[in-house]
Each structure stands twice: as structure tokens, then as C-alpha cells.
Design a protein around this ligand. Structure first.
Ligand code: C2E
Ligand code: MG
Ligand code: MG
Length: 581
């Protein structure tokens, strides 16, 4: 475990935090240009000051040495700009060039008694002074700037980065598209300690916790990266990246939580403090730092409600806070109204890698063009009574797509469409579906309706009635996510289904032990005994595919052979497949 913990960007060192603010320097090419102009002007001044020749200017003869003043002003301006724009490097460059001119002038004065450069000499001294003053002042301003910046992103009490710094750190990781976790550690009953014992004791406890957490991050400098922050009140945040998997993540969180195992002693009194942690993962749970924070907050609130049980709790889509739910519901309504509900298609293949068809997977797009996953919006659409509108839109558009595809390519593929129980139970569901078929000119047997096993259990009789009607109309029926509900054999018997889809959670474990393999093999055998075809969902590796092939699985769906794709790509895939011998 020790090796996994790591480096926090400490507010004490300012490392990684003030960097967010430091002004961007102008491009290096400007430095070179200023330097060249400066050198050329200095050389010009030194040469022309000694020349007697004239220059004809608007018909008038002007002594060349008269230009010296103007050119030396340009040189001095360059020196000043170098310091302003390039601070230390600019200062060093200007001082070197300025000082380099002195030996020549001094030799002229002392040994040749030539005083042509006396004005230049004093101008140079003044410029050196000006450059030094500007540089010293700039350094002072930079120091103040860093102090102000550190104040803005650092909590004064705990000396840890604050919430602003934490959001900036998350934004940086999001920019690099790095997966990470934001975990909120909330202290139990801290408010009562503060109220009963006074704020000074509360502050001392918070400082001690901050020190312990910082020490934990310093203990190792390899592996997992942890950015520590204090949100105020009784809340600390950990932003963790570079972890291998969820097991390692939970270990890291437990390790941090364990820093509170020892009692905190203050003025000879001992205090026992405990905490709960809620976390959310980017990009799985949310795509922006603000939303991730809300998700982690929701998870920690959930962990708090769950007294005595989970001390560390990951965010799950069914935990949406009221605020987030309202926001998501608004996004769904807008998407439905403005035609931003569409679908992706994930290929399904037979075991010989021949295209069977596609599963239609709903997507919605928000106003800024971000794609929202069904895992996020479906639970809320179900709650808000909007799922039937989504299902209807997806069903209609997908059937239209299939109709066009059949006419263009003559393909015989199948489209699997997910239907929620709410949509299935709608009074006019069957007539709606009939109308869609007629309009899209697709034979019913080319559409498979996927019904999730767990939802069917709630209303089995009504569901069976509707499904039997669908069967009569010629649709195929698939039982989705099989194994996640009651997996009751008796209802399987009553169900007029054609396909059993083994949930991806079983496929994920299939290569990690023979018991999991046997379990999947048993499901496949039951499916075959009942005359169902069996689809394995979530096949991600060749190893899983090989096992599924050996246990007689009929169809494969998963990232290994094809991720969900937009309709244009699906169309290409169909055309390629039609060309195959
Ligand atoms: P589902 O019906 O079980 O769909 C399969 C889900 O597994 C899809 O997620 C798919 O992208 C994902 N998946 C496929 N292969 C792999 C894999 O190899 N690895 C992993 N980790 N995941 C894989 P998606 O698109 O996020 O859909 C999630 C769920 O949302 C669906 O699960 C389905 O229950 C529901 N859903 C999607 N579209 C609709 C719809 O139009 N109507 C209704 N009512 N529900 C829908
Ligand atoms: Mg499905
Ligand atoms: Mg499924």
C-alpha cells in the first residue's frame, strides 16, 4: 500500500498552484528581435558618434552624428522593454550590453582624451539605473502577485489548497483527458465539537488533520497522485489520479481515512474524530469539475445517511441530488423539444464474426454539444415520466434508419431496440409501434425489442400480455441484462422471448475463475434449453471471447468487436459486411 500513495501539490510550497496564475511570457522571438535592435543600435551609435560625414535629409545636409541621440533612445527603449517583458533574462541581457559599452568609452576618455561619447556615457549610466529600478520593482510586484495568488488559492488555517485551487487542478486533468477521482472526506459530528468546545479547538483539530493528511501524501512519491485540498467547514477533498483500478482506489481512500484512527490530543484532552468519504469518477460520473464535485457531495451525503454501513461510497446515478435531477430533467426536456435525442448503434456478431445486427442505444446532446450517456439520463427520464418520449423518438428514428438501409443495401440485419416498461405499459404503445413500422416500411421480424429483466419482474402479468401482442405482430423479444434481476426460471418459461442477453457484469468476471465461467455456461445452457439464442454483452477481450465460444454462446456484443457508433459508421459496416463472401 505504502508505495501507492503520493505527492500532493502543497499550498505551503505553492508548487503546482501559483503556476496556474503566473503570467505567460511574450514569445521568445520578440526577445531576439529586441536584443538585435538593441545591439545594432548600440553599434550604430558607437560608430556614427565618431564620424564627421553628412547625410542628405529633405535636401538639407545633416551631420550623421546628429542621428546618434535618436538611435540611442531606441537602444535604451529596447533595454527597458527587455526588462519589462523578460524580467530576469531581459535584465541580464540589457545590463551585459550596457556595461560592455563602458570600457570603450573609458579608454577613449583616459588614453585618447576623446570626449565625443561623454553624453552617451551618462545616458548609459542613467539607463543602467533605470533598468535596475524597473527590475527591482518588477521583482517586488511579482512577489506580491505570488503572495496574493497563494492567498487566493490557499486556506489560511490548514495551509492547504482551497476549493478554487482544487477546481483548477480538476480542470487541468480534464483538459488532458486523464481519468481521475474526486473524493470528499467529511468529518463526522464536527459541527457538534465546534459548538460544544469552541471554535479554537475546532480549528486546532482541523489543522492537525490537515498536517496528518499532508504527511500521508509525502510518505511516497511514486504511483498514485493525490492532490489534497480543504473546502472549508468539515470537508477535505482528495483528487486522485494514476490509480490502477477501483480496488486500488478504495485502498488509497482507506489509507487516508486511517490517518484519523489515532486520537487527536489538544491541551491534554483527547478527541476522537472519524470521517466518511464519497467519491465520483471522471469521465464516468460527470464531465465538468463542478458536476463531479456535486456527484462526490451526493455520494458523501449518501454515505452519511447510510449510518454504520459504508464509510467509503462511490457515486451512483441513482443518487442524484435534487438540484442535479432538476438540471438533468431540464436538459432532457430541451433535448426532446429541440430534436437532440438521437442514437448510437453497437454491432452484434455471431460467434463466427458475421454481423447479426445492432443494438440501438439512446444518446442526448446538451446545448453545448456534450453527449450525455443513458446511464445518466435514463433513471431521471424514468422518474420524470419522459422515458416513453425518449423510447418513442429512438424507436421511430431507428426504424426509419433501418428502412432506408434495407432499401439501399438489401441487408438482412436486425435492430435491437430498448423499451422501458413504462413505454411498454402505455395504452397506445402497440398502435404507436404499428404506425412506426408502417411509416418506415420495415418488417416487424427485423426489430428486436429488449426488455430489462429486473423491470419485468415488477409487473410480470401486464408485461407478458403486451409482449405476447408484440410477438403476434412479428417482433423478436430479448431479455436484457439477464442475471441482474431474480433470474427466475418460472418467468423465463412464461416469457415469449427469443433472445437472452447475459449482463456484462458476468462477462467481466468470466476470465477470473472457473466458477464464473461455469455460471455463464449454465445461463447459456438454460437459454438453449428454453430455445433462446444467447447474446453475451460487454465482451472486451479475446480471452472472454474464447471462453464464450467454448461454452457455446451464440452472439457477441462488446467493445472487443465493436463500440457503439454513429449511424454513418454503422451503415459503412453493413455495406462492408454485405460484400464479405
Ligand atoms: P444495455 O441495454 O444493457 O446496453 C448495453 C450497454 O453496455 C451500453 O451502454 C453499451 O455501450 C455498453 N457496452 C457495450 N459493450 C460494452 C463493453 O464491452 N464494455 C462496457 N463496459 N460496456 C459495454 P449505454 O449505451 O451507456 O447504455 C446503458 C443502458 O441504457 C442500456 O443498457 C439500456 O438499459 C439503457 N438504454 C440505452 N438506450 C436506451 C433507450 O433507447 N431506451 C431505454 N429505455 N433504455 C436505453
Ligand atoms: Mg439493451
Ligand atoms: Mg444489457
Amino acid at each position: 500500500m505504502k508505495k501507492n500513495i503520493v505527492r500532493a501539490c502543497s499550498a505551503e510550497t505553492g508548487q503546482g498552484i501559483s503556476n496556474f496564475y503566473i503570467d505567460r511570457k511574450p514569445p521568445g522571438v520578440l526577445f531576439v528581435v529586441l536584443l538585435l535592435v538593441y545591439i545594432l543600435a548600440a553599434v550604430f551609435v558607437n560608430i556614427t558618434a565618431q564620424l564627421e560625414s553628412n547625410l542628405v535629409f529633405f535636401g538639407q545636409a545633416v551631420q550623421l552624428s546628429f542621428l546618434t541621440g535618436a538611435i540611442s533612445s531606441v537602444a535604451n527603449l529596447c533595454a527597458i522593454f527587455l526588462v519589462i517583458f523578460y524580467s530576469k533574462h531581459g535584465f541580464i541581457a540589457s545590463i551585459i550590453i550596457l556595461l560592455a559599452q563602458f570600457p570603450n568609452l573609458i579608454i577613449e576618455f583616459i588614453f585618447k582624451h576623446n570626449y565625443f561619447g561623454i553624453t552617451g556615457f551618462f545616458v548609459n549610466i542613467l539607463t543602467v539605473l533605470a533598468v535596475c529600478i524597473i527590475y527591482i520593482n518588477k521583482k517586488k510586484v511579482e512577489r506580491y502577485q505570488i503572495t496574493i495568488q497563494e492567498y487566493a488559492v490557499t486556506d489560511r488555517l490548514t495551509k492547504l489548497p482551497n476549493r478554487i485551487a482544487c477546481s483548477m487542478h480538476m480542470d487541468e486533468l480534464i483538459k488532458c483527458n486523464k481519468p481521475f477521482v474526486v473524493a470528499i472526506m467529511n468529518l463526522n459530528n464536527f459541527k457538534s465539537i465546534n459548538n460544544a468546545l469552541g471554535q479554537s479547538i475546532g480549528d486546532a483539530i482541523l489543522s492537525e488533520i490537515a498536517i496528518r493528511l499532508k504527511e500521508t501524501t509525502i510518505r511516497d512519491t511514486s504511483g498514485t497522485s493525490v492532490f489534497l485540498a480543504y473546502n472549508g467547514g468539515d470537508e477535505f477533498t482528495l483528487v486522485i489520479n494514476n490509480y490502477r483500478d477501483s480496488d486500488e482506489l478504495v485502498k488509497v481512500l482507506e489509507y487516508y481515512k486511517a490517518t484519523l484512527n489515532d486520537t487527536i490530543t489538544f491541551k491534554e484532552c483527547e478527541y476522537f474524530i472519524s470521517a466518511r468519504i464519497g467519491y465520483a469518477e471522471y469521465p464516468r460520473d460527470a464531465k465538468s469539475s463542478e458536476d463531479l464535485y456535486i456527484c462526490a457531495l451526493t455520494a458523501v451525503t449518501n454515505a452519511k445517511k447510510d449510518r454504520g454501513k459504508s464509510h467509503i461510497c462511490g457515486f451512483m446515478s441513482n443518487m442524484y441530488s435534487a438540484e442535479r435531477e432538476i438540471d438533468m430533467e431540464r436538459k432532457i426536456r430541451e433535448a426532446l423539444k429541440e430534436g437532440r435525442v438521437y442514437f448510437y448503434l453497437q454491432p452484434q456478431y455471431n460467434i463466427m464474426h458475421r454481423l447479426r445486427g445492432f443494438e440501438v442505444l439512446a444518446r442526448i446532446c446538451d446545448k453545448d454539444g456534450n453527449i450525455i450517456s443513458p446511464v445518466e439520463f435514463i433513471p431521471i427520464a424514468e422518474k420524470a415520466g419522459l422515458i416513453d418520449s425518449i423510447d418513442y423518438t429512438v424507436f421511430r428514428n431507428a426504424s426509419k434508419f433501418l428502412g432506408e438501409l434495407i432499401r439501399h443495401t438489401g441487408t438482412d440485419i436486425i435492430l435491437s431496440v430498448n423499451v422501458s416498461v413504462m413505454h411498454l405499459m402505455k395504452k397506445n404503445f402497440l398502435s404507436e409501434v404499428q404506425e412506426i413500422l408502417e411509416k418506415s416500411d420495415v418488417p416487424a421480424n427485423r426489430i428486436e425489442i429488449e426488455i430489462t429483466e429486473s423491470i419485468m419482474i415488477d409487473s410480470i402479468d401486464e408485461a407478458v400480455r403486451s409482449i405476447s401482442e408484440l410477438k403476434k405482430m412479428g417482433f423478436r423479444i430479448a431479455i436484457d441484462d439477464f442475471g441482474t434481476g431474480y433470474s427466475s426460471l418460472s418467468y423465463l418459461n412464461t416469457f415469449p422471448a427469443d433472445i437472452l442477453k447475459v449482463d456484462k457484469s458476468f462477462i467481466k468476471k468470466i476470465s477470473s475463475g472457473s466458477s464464473h465461467e461455469k455460471y455463464v455456461a449454465a445461463i447459456i445452457s438454460i437459454g438453449h434449453i428454453m430455445n433462446f439464442g444467447v447474446v453475451a454483452e460487454g465482451v472486451e477481450t479475446s480471452e472472454q471471447l474464447e471462453i464464450l465460444r467454448n461454452v457455446g454462446c451464440d452472439y457477441i456484443q462488446g467493445f472487443y468487436w465493436g463500440e457503439p457508433m454513429p449511424r454513418e459508421e454503422a451503415e459503412k459496416l453493413v455495406i462492408e459486411n454485405e460484400r464479405k463472401p
